[in-house]
Design a protein around this ligand. Structure first.
Ligand code: TXA
Ligand code: MG
Length: 339
């Protein structure tokens, strides 16, 4: 079983990383599963522990913007200026930038690509770990492939405890959904590959030009499959407010194993009540999806959040959770109900 480390035990965690081991650590978005990004064998362990197909590139995490610049390979002055601007405004924070890869990152980290995703997380434990380790740490979300990202150390232990060396407990993740990913290597217009804590409008304001939607484009970010971020239960989005939900529930027998995630309580079905504002909603979304799965409900009716910061990020995850699932996408918790 993985060692459970306290937030002040980053020295021990850094040692494990230096020996080529796997350490899950808290960030402000979700927990990451870390390995030395310059060590191809260590990184191979991440893919094995997650059950993630090789070739899905990982994000390299560093302690500061100065460290991040060392991961950028040959780049135009425009690209370097973009990185500098984004770093000044959003790092440390929930933003990943895709840049040309330098030799500081092993090709195993980037799935053989000549680009690398770089992020400076905004969490004291992550910062301390990265600074102590002293090099880039490759880290995907610390969940089995295809399931919901973990926002607590307990979730990581449950899912990966038997497959990794250590988990650092740094409390629940504040943002609750994965970082925004912007690709600076797509040509003159940066591309938004994944919405997150930093919005498209914020990126455009800082970069001084439009950021195009890159999520659908020729699988620039493999791993962003349509049915990613899914709990075991099937997920259906319900619009139309309380009446819309009441209408939908009118067709559901009280005995059936149907649960609800909504900003208000319902009478006859297990309901996980979430904040209506999207930032609050994001902070508990994965917690609620896991709780619903643990309760055994097979079908989840989910009411989306109001407009506001992080709305796009939450809607992206909800759409993916509710997308039709290919038979090959069976999650870690066993077979899924038929569609
Ligand atoms: O908030 C986060 O980003 C968390 C925490 C741990 O930092 N990490 C995370 O990693 O969500 P992961 O591996 O679950 O998702 C990273 C996404 C993947 O979909 C991957 O395809 C994309 O980033 N990505 C990474 N490097 C890339 C690259 N060079 N080109 C295109 N997409 C890339
Ligand atoms: Mg992930």
């Amino acid at each position: 079983m993985a060692e459970l480390l306290g937030p002040d035990e980053v020295g021990r965690a850094a040692e494990i990383l230096a020996e080529g081991g796997l350490v899950a650590f808290p960030t402000e978005t979700v927990y990451g599963l870390g390995a030395d990004a310059s060590d191809g064998d260590a990184v191979a362990g991440i893919f094995e522990a997650k059950g993630r197909p090789k070739g899905h590139p990982l994000i390299a995490h560093v302690a500061s913007a100065a460290d991040a610049v060392r991961l950028v390979g040959q780049a135009s002055s425009t690209l370097m200026l973009d990185v500098e601007r984004l770093a000044d405004s959003f790092w440390p924070g929930p933003l990943t930038v895709i840049v040309p890869r330098s030799d500081a990152v092993d090709p195993a980290t980037t799935g053989g690509r000549d680009t690398v995703g770089v992020r400076v997380p905004d969490h004291p434990v992550a910062t301390a770990l990265l600074a102590t380790f002293g090099g880039p740490v490759a880290a995907p979300s610390a969940n089995r492939f295809g399931s919901v990202s973990p926002t607590t150390a307990a979730h990581v232990m449950d899912e990966l405890g038997a497959r990794i060396d250590a988990v650092i407990d740094g409390g629940p993740s504040r943002v609750g959904v994965e970082s925004t990913i912007v690709d600076l290597t797509t040509g003159p217009e940066p591309a938004l590959l994944r919405p997150g804590g930093i919005s498209q409008v914020e990126l455009e304001a800082v970069l001084g030009r439009p950021v195009v939607d890159g999520a659908g484009g020729e699988s620039r970010a493999p791993g962003m499959l349509a049915s990613h971020y899914a709990p075991r239960a099937t997920v259906e989005l319900v619009t139309g407010g309380p009446e819309g939900l009441a209408d939908r529930l009118a067709d559901v027998s009280v005995e059936s194993s149907v649960g609800v995630i909504a900003p208000w309580a319902t009478a006859h079905h297990p309901t996980w009540v979430v904040p209506a504002d999207p930032a609050g909603y994001a902070s508990v979304l994965y917690l609620m999806l896991r709780a619903a799965d643990a309760s055994g409900v097979e079908r989840l009716l989910v009411v989306p959040p109001e407009e506001g910061p992080l709305h796009a990020a939450v809607m992206d995850r909800l759409r993916k959770a509710s997308a039709p699932r290919p038979p090959s996408s069976l999650g870690p918790s066993g077979s899924r109900p038929a569609l």
